[in-house]
Design a protein. Structure first.
Length: 252
């Protein structure tokens, strides 16, 4: 039986048998046998293929060893677990961004602690001037999800926090228009901060502020799926978000 999952992943990525073979340094006939005869590659080739196609390796081959290895890889993507956000080293957010050479993604409701850090602003400017793609996603201050989150945290001022953060970010809107800001109306289960293959995922827990909730420090590994799970949620939120308006900042 042919491996239709591998064939579909290849087509979805816009790759050919030849281009995949070149990417993972195997003979094209070998790749062809994986597809047409459902031959199972060596595990190193499984993970190389999954990385090239940007999918989870377990979606391509049903192999108990593969599932076990994928689980181990996902665990290995966890560098550190902080019990509360407020114990994350103060400079880590900025240091991650300083190391970025390709992309920085920030997905929050308000993220006021970053919006009040002038050194963080300087880092964003420097990275933008070095052609790093920067996307900042904040909550729509008037949407139901933001209002509900404020109630859940017990303060009912989440919309005000967002507007304060937007006021702080306002100078970037004109001086660095290449830093893209959008507002979302989604229910966030995590705040996510990505710099290339590093990420901080701040979980949201009912009844407490995000500063009291756990944070995962992750590093992306080929064949792992934990990092990609969070990264994919950022992309989906970005696609449904909208630009910032003056009304969003002032409320008037």
């Amino acid at each position: 039986m042919p491996n239709e999952r591998l064939r579909s992943a290849l087509l979805a990525r816009g790759m050919t048998v030849q281009s995949l073979a070149d990417a993972i340094e195997v003979n094209p006939k070998t790749v062809e046998r994986w597809i047409t005869q459902d031959k199972v590659p060596y595990r190193r080739h499984q993970y190389a293929t999954a990385a090239a196609l940007k999918v989870d390796v377990t979606t391509l081959w049903e192999d108990s060893r593969t599932h076990d290895s994928a689980a181990d890889l996902s665990k290995a993507e966890i560098l550190t677990v902080y019990p509360h956000r407020h114990v994350v080293p103060a400079g880590l957010w900025r240091e991650m961004c300083e190391r970025a050479t390709e992309r920085i993604d920030i997905l929050v409701y308000a993220g006021i602690y970053l919006a009040e850090d002038p050194l963080f602003f300087s880092t964003l400017k420097e990275r933008a001037e070095s052609d790093v793609r920067i996307r900042v996603l904040m909550g729509d201050p008037e949407c139901e999800a933001v209002i509900r989150r404020g109630i859940d945290e017990g303060h009912r001022v989440m919309d005000g926090k967002i507007r304060n953060a937007l006021v702080n970010y306002r100078p970037l809107f004109s001086s660095h228009p290449e830093i893209a800001f959008r507002l979302h109306d989604t229910v966030l289960y995590n705040s996510i901060y990505r710099a290339d293959d590093e990420m901080l995922a701040n979980t949201h827990v009912y009844g407490i502020g995000a500063y009291m909730a756990p944070v995962l420090h992750l590093r992306q590994l080929p064949g792992g799926s934990l990092f990609d799970t969070f990264a994919n949620s950022v992309q989906q939120t970005w696609e449904g978000a909208r630009p910032v308006t003056e009304h969003d900042i002032t409320g008037a």
